[in-house]
Each structure stands twice: as C-alpha cells, then as structure tokens.
Design a protein around this ligand. Structure first.
Ligand SMILES: Cc1cc2nc3c(=O)[nH]c(=O)nc-3n(C[C@H](O)[C@H](O)[C@H](O)COP(=O)(O)O)c2cc1C
Length: 182
C-alpha cells in the first residue's frame, strides 16, 4: 500500500487504451469499501465512459477539468447531504480510495474538484459546476457533487515520490509542528 501511495501522481494525459469493465468494477468497489461517518453511506458514484458524456464533464468548469476530454473513464462522486452532515469527508475518502485502487491496478488518475467551483460557459451565465452536473444527471437538490475522478492509462511517466522529498516539517511528535506551511 505504501508503495502505491509513493507512486500515485496526478496524471492528466491518457492513452486511448480503455479501462476494462473489471477494472472499473474494482475501482468502484474501492469507493464502496471506503469508511463513512456513522456508516451512513451517503455517497453515490456515476461511472462515465461514454465519450460525449465525458466531453460534457470536461466542460463542468472553466479550467481544471479539461483532462476529462481524454480520459477513458471518469467517476462522478456525489453525496446526499440529507443523509449525513459530514458527506464531504465521506466523499473525499471514497475519491482517494478510488485513486489508490486505480494505481494498484496499474492505472493513473486525477481529481477534478467540483464542489464550490464556478462554471463560466461562453456567453452563458455563471453557475456552480455542481449545478451544471445536477442538470446533466437530474440530481436531486440535496445531492452534492464533490469531485470527478478521471482514470486511464497515463501517457508518459511521472516520478514516484521519495521518502526524503516529503515535507517532514509538517509533522511533529508530541508538540506543535515547526515547519512553515507551504
Ligand atoms: C481536493 C483536491 C482537489 C483537486 N482539484 C483538482 C482540479 O480541479 N484539477 C486538477 O487538475 N487537479 C486537481 N487536484 C490534483 C492536485 O492538483 C494534485 O493532487 C496535487 O498537485 C499534488 O500532485 P500529485 O497528485 O501528483 O501528488 C486536486 C486534488 C485534490 C486532493
């Protein structure tokens, strides 16, 4: 697991190779295995591999979602705010689990933030990226969209992180961390 964590990097360029249905299922299993506060399981996940729909996801916000245009798979991470007041934590853990599962399967991934991100379409009124996706998937008003996780076979390689490169000043033992925030 630690090796997978060192290796995982945000990859935003993908080859045309598809993610297989079994790989998709394993990634979704990881999301369903994630812990949730009070075990309320407020998250719902939408796996998208339809090219036209992926293009629509890429247009969910002004920047920072473009790479979805290339990705063979994206998982929209939603959560019902009426089921839990800590849906955001639950959804974030599920998204992180999916990214680690993707890495474990030899795939790459990247998070695209949706919650609290605006969308400015050309000549269109500014709206929340979340509301654009609410319209696209007919989501109920109490359902939030935290993020979209893109998954695919990375084009090119990114360096794995090394233990010595980590910001060790951000942690401390038995006292306040001394390292500056970066
Ligand atoms: C909460 C969160 C939101 C992020 N939002 C975006 C995003 O909208 N677009 C994007 O390209 N990357 C996004 N990222 C990826 C980060 O930019 C990336 O994790 C960070 O630069 C560290 O790089 P690494 O993932 O390779 O370790 C997000 C990551 C997290 C955890």
């Amino acid at each position: 697991m630690l090796q997978i964590m060192y290796k995982r990097r945000s990859v935003r360029q993908y080859t045309a190779e598809p993610v297989t249905p079994e790989q998709t299922r394993q990634i979704l299993a990881a999301a369903l295995l994630a812990p949730t506060g009070h075990n309320k399981k407020p998250c719902r996940f939408i796996a998208v591999s339809d090219r036209e729909l992926l293009d629509k996801l890429a247009a969910a916000k002004e920047y920072g979602a473009d790479f979805l245009r290339q990705a063979p798979l994206a998982v929209v991470v939603t959560a019902d705010g009426s089921l839990s007041d800590i849906w955001m934590e639950d959804a974030a853990i599920a998204a992180a689990y999916m990214q680690l599962a993707a890495e474990a399967l030899g795939l790459n991934s990247c998070w695209s933030q949706i919650w609290r991100r605006p969308r400015r379409g050309e000549g269109e009124e500014t709206q929340w990226a979340e509301d654009y996706l609410r319209d696209l998937f007919a989501l109920a008003p109490q359902v939030h969209v935290l993020a979209i996780v893109a998954v695919g076979h990375g084009a090119g390689t990114k360096q794995a992180r090394k233990e010595d490169d980590l910001p060790w000043g951000h942690v401390s033992y038995d006292t306040q961390p001394s390292g500056r925030s970066e």
